[in-house]
Design a protein around this ligand. Structure first.
Ligand SMILES: [Zn+2]
Length: 248
């Protein structure tokens, strides 16, 4: 009974694949070998890890030299872990591997977010071609929560009918002190934010997750005759600060 229980908790049974065992053994041995060399281990754990490393080498050799079938070689390794790896060298390898995989996934997810945030800029640059009359400002807005982007044009919002101005936008603007030569409702960012509020069907201020919002504005440079990023607007910075949105 004790044997059965022990066997059912053998970490190798799940971790070792049933196909392409040779490739798995080779990659695992190389990885484990690097960790043995570079990580600080207790002598007991080091010994256990080295024993696993050798056993992986034996598994690989058996498959390279075809002295065992894939199934036989796999079973031999899995059984060895259950019966001989008392100090958990293989379980330790799996723990380290899980950490490496988790870190790689985290980095991948982070890169995807960064790529999406950058669309605030590319959307704004695209919009300069279609909705950016010279002298206007266009804004791109990326919402990482819904993975949607919005664009806005300066001067658009004030001309919207009353039922086209979202109540939350109106309330944010009411709390915004004018710090620029233009009125607080005039900006491209306001137009983009208004579209976002309708798109997410915001009912309350708490529906607005400003930390997920990234704005980018482009403006026409008359001297250089090019569109270029415009970093800050004292008006919009006020309401962006209230909701915790950022510029990129
Ligand atoms: Zn502004």
């Amino acid at each position: 009974m004790a044997e059965t229980t022990h066997a059912s908790h053998n970490p190798a049974e799940e971790a070792v694949p049933t196909t392409k065992v040779k490739e798995w053994a080779s990659a695992t041995r190389i990885e484990l070998g690097q960790w043995i060399k570079t990580l600080k281990l207790s002598s007991e754990l080091r010994e256990a890890a080295e024993a696993v490393w050798k056993k992986l080498g034996a598994l690989e050799s058996a498959l390279v030299n075809k002295t065992q079938s894939e199934t036989e070689a796999r079973t031999a390794f899995v059984t060895w872990v259950a019966e001989n790896d008392w100090n958990g060298g293989f379980a330790w390898y799996l723990e380290e591997k899980a950490k490496v995989v988790a870190e790689a996934n985290r980095r991948k997810a982070d890169e995807a977010i960064q790529r999406f945030i950058a669309t605030a800029r590319t959307e704004a640059q695209k919009a300069t071609k279609t909705q950016g009359g010279l002298g206007t400002v266009v804004a791109g807005l990326a919402d990482i929560a819904t993975q949607q982007t919005f664009t806005g044009t300066s001067g658009a919002y004030p001309y919207l009918p009353a039922n086209g101005k979202h109540p939350i936008m109106e309330s944010l603007l009411a709390r915004t002190g004018q710090g620029e030569a233009w009125t607080v409702d005039n900006c491209a960012e306001v137009d983009a934010m208004n579209k976002y509020l309708y798109a997410i069907k915001a009912q309350l201020m708490t529906d607005v997750h400003g930390k997920n919002l990234y704005f980018h504005a482009e403006t026409w440079n008359w001297d250089k005759r090019i569109w270029q990023p415009r970093s800050a607007c004292g008006n919009c910075d006020n309401w962006m600060k209230i909701i915790g949105a950022r510029r990129v």
